[in-house]
Design a binder for this molecule. Structure first.
Ligand SMILES: [Zn+2]
Ligand SMILES: [Zn+2]
Length: 384
């Protein structure tokens, strides 16, 4: 056991040294932080993950993510050139469905996407840029999907939103949380990345909220965050990214990253926590809507799979924030109300809020007390 720990410590140190060499001495602070290698986590760390989100991050076999073979980097490169030239000939920009150039950790409309391509051949440590949100036809043609072995951890539902990021060497994606979905990412070609991931515990969400809008999040927060996990991905790998976890990536060898979103029956608590801490408020408008859409999908999956108590506790936790969102988003309000009606009309659970009268059914109680904001006034009268 001691030898294993020693080996993993050596491996961890050599990776951190590589980060420092390529991304600057400021990342030397990572040596002083509690980080675990993903498959050598302490029970305590494992617990932080399992209690706050769908599971802990895991490495999977990347070759199983494709119906046949994986696409080659050169095939994605050809797609990218076409995508950029089409983008340049249209005027609509900055939508969630278009790709974006990023520079110094921010979306930068002025950064030339062809410059990113040139950095694949000749990486620029001083001005590294990368592209996110590319929609390349090869990804669907080659049949990108969750590998079977993911079901040993979680069961993915509603797989969607296949996207490609083009990240030359020196690309650094600062600490951020995707909008609440679980994710799967796999690298193509010679690309190699280091991921730091943190579970959505109260401590970590609070820390993320406290530096909302500031740059250099990883360096600012690294001493406050708990449960940090380090994962190295190469082309033989896919990484499972649990819902709501904050993550940062360092690209040590440039190339493509292919990603997709999904949800699980264990993700609703993490999405609710994300909303409770107001982290959705830090997202651009469109991404914030995507966040509440994931809440809706995940609620559907959770209720459909009969995890009613999980759904109730996530709902109660975020009740005030959900009510406020519902008040200005009619379609969401109607859909979510239908989900509760459809799945819980006859549920025989009792509500953990202790306000349920012995004479009223769960659904009567839940509709009038916890879904008031989702009902019209005539519907409310009928519940009482
Ligand atoms: Zn991300
Ligand atoms: Zn209640």
């Amino acid at each position: 056991m001691e030898t294993v720990q020693f080996e993993s410590q050596k491996e961890l140190s050599s990776i951190l040294r590589e980060i420092q060499t390529n991304f600057g001495p400021k990342y030397g602070v990572l040596f002083k932080c509690h980080l675990s290698h993903w498959n050598r986590m302490s029970d305590q760390n494992q617990d932080l993950w399992l209690k706050s989100t769908s599971s802990a991050p895991r490495l999977l076999d990347g070759s199983h993510c494709w119906r046949g073979r994986a696409p080659l980097a050169r095939e994605l490169f050809m797609d990218t050139i076409k995508e950029i030239s089409t983008e340049n000939s249209t005027t609509q920009k900055s939508s969630e469905s278009r790709f974006r150039a990023n520079f110094q950790g921010e979306v930068d409309e002025a950064f030339d996407p062809y410059l990113v391509l040139s950095q694949l051949i000749d990486p620029d440590p001083n001005k590294p840029g990368f592209l996110t949100g590319l929609r390349l036809p090869s990804i669907d043609q080659f049949g990108f999907r969750s590998p079977c072995d993911i079901s040993s951890i979680i069961e993915p539902f509603d797989e969607t939103n296949n996207q490609v990021n083009l990240t030359p060497k020196y690309s650094f994606v600062d600490l951020h949380t995707d909008y609440g979905a679980d994710g799967l990412s796999t690298v193509i070609g010679e690309c190699r990345k280091i991921w730091l991931l943190y579970p959505p515990t109260d401590n970590n969400l609070n820390a993320m909220k406290s530096i909302d809008g500031q740059r250099g999040k990883l360096l600012r927060l690294v001493h406050q965050l708990e449960g940090g996990v380090l994962v190295e991905t190469t082309s033989s790998h896919a990484i499972f990214i649990p819902a709501g976890c904050a993550h940062a990536t360092f690209t040590l060898q440039g190339g493509y990253l292919v990603t997709k979103d999904f949800t699980t029956v264990k993700s609703l608590n993490a999405i609710a926590s994300f909303i409770v801490y107001g982290l959705d408020e830090t997202l651009p408008t469109e991404a914030r809507e995507v966040c509440f859409d994931w809440f809706e999908r995940c609620l559907d999956v959770t209720l459909a799979q009969q995890h009613v108590t999980t759904a109730i506790s996530a709902w109660l936790k975020a009740e005030a924030k959900l009510a406020s969102w519902a008040s200005t988003h009619r379609r969401w309000r109607v859909n979510v109300r239908r989900l509760w009606e459809h799945h819980c009309q006859d549920s025989v659970v009792s509500c953990p809020c202790d306000l349920q009268e012995p004479t009223s059914s769960f659904f009567q109680h839940f509709s009038s007390v916890h879904m008031g904001s989702l009902l019209s006034s005539s519907q409310l009268r009928r519940c009482r």
